[in-house]
Design a protein around this ligand. Structure first.
Ligand SMILES: CC(C)(COP(=O)(O)OP(=O)(O)OC[C@H]1O[C@@H](n2cnc3c(N)ncnc32)[C@H](O)[C@@H]1OP(=O)(O)O)[C@@H](O)C(=O)NCCC(=O)NCCS
Length: 161
C-alpha cells in the first residue's frame, strides 16, 4: 500500500458543517457512528460546540476536509479523554488515514497532558478495531447493551507511560 497522505488537525468551524450532512448520508457512517450510542453523534447536533470538556477537530488531507475527530468527556483531573473518529469521505478510507489521524491526535493529547485515551467501538466494525489496535489501543472489555447503548460496544484504551 502507498504511504498514507499526511493529515493535519484543526478546529472544526461552522464553515465545515455542511459536510456533516453529506457524510451522514453515507451508509457506513450511519451504520458505525450512530449504531451503538443512543445519543446522536455530537457533531450532527451541534458541530462547533466546544467546551472545557469537549473539542471537535476537522481532519484535512490533500487540502480536502475528509472527516472529524471528537474529544469528549475530557477530564482535566484524571487527565483522561474519550475520542471518536470519522473519515466521512469514503474514498479516503482504508488508506491509512485513520492511523495517521490517530498518530497526530496522540501527539496533541500528549502536549495537553491527557494521558489516558479511550474509545467505544462496535465490535463488528473490524476495520476500526484493527486501526485502533495498530495505533496501540488495547481491548478492555465489552460494555453490554443498555438503555444508553443500542448494542454491545467494545471499550478500548491507551495509556501513555
Ligand atoms: C474506522 C476508520 C476511522 C478507520 O480509518 P481508515 O483510514 O479507514 O483505516 P486505516 O486504513 O488507517 O486502517 C484500517 C486497517 O484495517 C484493515 N481492514 C480494513 N477492512 C478490514 C476488514 N474487513 N477486516 C480486517 N481488517 C480490515 C486495513 O487493511 C488496515 O490495516 P493495515 O494498515 O494493516 O492494512 C474509518 O474507516 C471510518 O471513519 N469509517 C467510517 C466511520 C467509522 O466506522 N468510525 C469509527 C467509529 S468507532
Amino acid at each position: 500500500m502507498a504511504p498514507a497522505p499526511r493529515v493535519t488537525l484543526r478546529p472544526f468551524t461552522p464553515h465545515d458543517a455542511p459536510l456533516l450532512t453529506r457524510w451522514d448520508g453515507d451508509p457506513e457512517v450511519r451504520k458505525w457512528m450512530g449504531k451503538g450510542l443512543r445519543e446522536c453523534p455530537p457533531p450532527r447536533r451541534d458541530p462547533v460546540h466546544n467546551s472545557r470538556t469537549r473539542r471537535v477537530l476537522a481532519i484535512d488531507c490533500d487540502e480536502t476536509t475528509v472527516g472529524y475527530v471528537v474529544l469528549d468527556h475530557i477530564n482535566w483531573t484524571t487527565r483522561s479523554v474519550e475520542i471518536r473518529i470519522c473519515i466521512g469521505e469514503a474514498s479516503y478510507r482504508n488508506r491509512g488515514i485513520g492511523q495517521e489521524t490517530i498518530a497526530e491526535l496522540l501527539c496533541l493529547l500528549r502536549r495537553l497532558r491527557l494521558h489516558e485515551v479511550y474509545l467505544r467501538v462496535d465490535p463488528d466494525n473490524v476495520r476500526a478495531v484493527r486501526c485502533y489496535e495498530k495505533c496501540g489501543f488495547r481491548k478492555e472489555g465489552i460494555l453490554r447493551k443498555s438503555r444508553a447503548m443500542a448494542s454491545d460496544l467494545l471499550l478500548m484504551s491507551l495509556r501513555f507511560p
